[in-house]
Write a protein that binds this ligand. Structure first.
Ligand code: OSB
Ligand code: MG
Length: 368
């Protein structure tokens, strides 16, 4: 497919509720939205990098915009037979997996449209609906946490993930576990601890958690392996996994026993699928994480989640939990803990332009 045009927007979408993690409180999402046109067919993607401050990993919207402004003009007029060919073009650039994913994912959508197939089929997906859980931000009290968990269990979510941070860990987990002895429960620390906090994790060992997500530094596989030796509960890595090479190292040194895959964090669908396949070879389950995506990114996550080794519930909960008005026309809603995989061509969603125009902060076009 010959790339003819890009439209690159920065979009700002207010969240329905403030989402608190160990690294901060988020009340809106600011993200690049890319429309790629090749052979007259368009593809869509969303970037997942942080706005302004690189608190999750090292990429920001502002940094990615600078890179994309250099890279997108270079791609105009180039002809790529498939996503592999595009990925090979981007491969020499170090890191910047989120910026690269923004391009790669839009190309997959266009490519799937050109073949008149839904993306999940091209990726090798095997399911029409995806079991999902929900990620709950830090609350003010253990009681408020228990109430929030209850309301999400009523909605059918199949796993509850609680965000934790130093001073907000064992107490809320104990409260939720006492109220719901048998639910699938996990915690996510977003890199807030060090090995000096091992006592917190041996204490969490008593609550039958399915896994503990990213307790230690984003770039420290070594210390995760040490912590995993000290506790029974499986560790799951999120921030530490930027590529299939990171994944191989993590699995070889047993830094985790579960992997969180985010297509937008790892450079796109090809790398996400490689991580999925490698984990499967190690008999390590994976699940699809989220970055509070709007409809375009959420749809990409859902298609990826249809691959067979996504054997634990993902974080891809209903779009309406996050947004009063999403930027897409189609609903992405969970019933009984299951998210249907869109059936249309490509990612199967299209932009709601009246909404999009209202929430667009900037728009640039690149073409021949
Ligand atoms: O660590 O998984 C994470 C949101 C923003 C940044 C990092 C994370 C998260 C979530 C929410 O946990 C996942 C979602 O609902 O999209
Ligand atoms: Mg996480």
């Amino acid at each position: 497919m010959k790339i003819e045009r890009f439209e690159l927007r920065v979009v700002r979408l207010p969240l329905r509720f403030a989402f608190e993690t160990s690294f901060g409180v988020q009340s809106e999402r600011v993200f690049p939205l890319l429309t790629l046109t090749a052979d007259g067919i368009t593809g869509l993607s969303e970037g997942v990098m942080d706005d302004q401050f690189p608190l999750y990993r090292e990429e920001t919207v502002q940094g990615a915009m600078a890179l994309l402004t250099e890279w997108l003009p270079m791609l105009i007029g180039k002809d790529f037979a498939n996503p592999e060919a595009l990925a090979a073009f981007l491969e020499p650039f170090r890191g910047n997996y989120m910026a690269k994913a923004t391009i790669e994912m839009a190309f997959w959508d266009a490519w799937a449209h050109s073949l008149e197939l839904p993306l999940w089929k091209l990726l090798g997906g095997t399911r029409q609906q995806i079991p999902v859980g929900v990620s709950l931000g830090i609350q003010k009290t253990p009681e408020a946490t228990v109430d929030l968990v209850a309301s999400h269990l009523e909605q059918g979510y199949k796993r509850i993930k609680l965000k934790i941070k130093p001073s907000w860990d064992v107490v809320p987990v104990a409260a939720v576990r006492q109220a719901f002895p048998n639910i699938a429960l996990t915690v996510d620390a977003n890199s807030a601890y060090t090995l000096a906090d091992t006592r917190v994790f041996t204490a969490l060992d008593e609550y039958n958690l399915d896994y503990i997500e990213q307790p230690l530094a984003w770039n420290d596989l070594h210390d995760h392996a040490e912590l995993q030796r000290r506790i029974r509960t499986p560790l799951c890595l999120d921030e530490s996994i930027g590529s299939v090479i990171d994944t191989r190292k993590a699995l070889e040194i047993k830094a985790c026993r579960v992997v969180n895959i985010k297509v937008g964090r790892v450079g796109g669908h090809l790398e996400a699928r490689r991580i999925h396949d490698l984990a499967q070879a190690f008999a390590v389950p994976v699940w699809c994480g989220g970055m509070l995506e709007a409809g375009v990114g959420r749809a990409h996550n859902i298609h990826l989640s249809s691959l067979p080794n996504f054997s634990k519930p993902g974080d891809t909960s209903s779009s309406s939990r996050y947004w009063v008005e999403d930027i897409i026309l189609e609903p992405l809603e969970v019933t009984n803990g299951l998210m249907p995989v869109p059936t249309g061509h490509g990612i199967g969603v299209s932009l709601n332009y009246p909404v999009l125009e209202k929430v667009t902060l900037s728009k640039v076009e690149f073409k021949q």
